[in-house]
Design a protein around this ligand. Structure first.
Ligand SMILES: C[S@@+](CC[C@H](N)C(=O)[O-])C[C@H]1O[C@@H](n2cnc3c(N)ncnc32)[C@H](O)[C@@H]1O
Length: 218
């Protein structure tokens, strides 16, 4: 398995996976089927990130979560597995094709009843949700230009001391000034700068996978 973190060699990545809760057959099959989609499979989160998100969901006693960007369902599976019975995860995506794959694996894992999937542009769906602080945890992993807007829509909907996690905030290191190669890199660079001084959150950028930013709502 190729490391999704540009920070790790193949050898160190293999070592950390060998010393982490092993993935089960459902996760292994989902990784394999997603790999069959070709280059686009790079969008799937890393297995160690999945283990991390399950543990975090459990540690935070999350009962209500929201995900922006579901693809074939690996991160949703990770969060849903950390929820207690009766816990809820709302997944937002635009792709029926990719999320049909996700649904098959959620069924196989026995957690489909914890997940609601809504198809359509995520911003529109989010704006249709009540403005109550209903969510303990939010995971953002969709189209980069909308990241700032996603955080604004999530802010009133996440409880105080709740967490917004944002994926791909290191962009393989291309957030370093002078290393940007595309518009998404520049967007995330500016976004990271804004978040670092945003007084509404405690902000932490972790070097896990392609960079995970934690925003704890104050
Ligand atoms: C990086 S992938 C998500 C990977 C997923 N978290 C996983 O673990 O496999 C990004 C997803 O965002 C979705 N997406 C892109 N633009 C979107 C939008 N405007 N609204 C909702 N979903 C969007 C894509 O269809 C794609 O499935």
């Amino acid at each position: 398995m190729t490391p999704k973190s540009f920070l790790l060699s193949d050898e160190v990545h293999r070592y950390l996976l060998d010393h982490t809760e092993p993935i089960d057959d459902v996760q292994a099959d989902l990784i394999e089927e997603t790999a069959g989609l070709g280059d686009i499979s790079r969008m799937q989160i890393a297995p160690e990130q999945g283990a991390f998100m399950t543990m975090l969901t459990r540690l935070m006693d999350v009962t209500s979560a929201i995900e922006i960007g579901t693809f074939t369902g690996y991160s949703a599976l990770a969060i849903a597995r950390g929820l207690p019975p009766g816990g809820r995860l709302l997944c937002l995506d635009v792709s029926p094709e990719w999320t049909d794959i996700a649904k098959r694996y959620w069924d196989r894992a026995g957690i489909a009843d914890r997940i609601e999937l809504r198809l359509g542009p995520a911003l529109e769906t989010m704006r249709s949700l009540p403005q109550d602080p209903a969510y303990d945890l939010a995971f953002v992993d969709a189209d980069k230009p909308e990241y700032p807007a996603y955080v604004e829509e999530l802010y009133p909907r996440v409880r105080t001391n709740g967490l917004i996690i944002i994926d791909n905030t290191l962009r393989d290191g291309r957030v370093i000034p002078g290393h940007e190669t595309n518009e998404d890199d520049r967007i995330i660079q500016a976004f990271n700068h804004t978040l670092a001084v945003d007084q509404r959150f405690d902000t932490l950028l972790l070097p896990l996978a392609d960079g995970l930013t934690f925003l704890r709502k104050r």
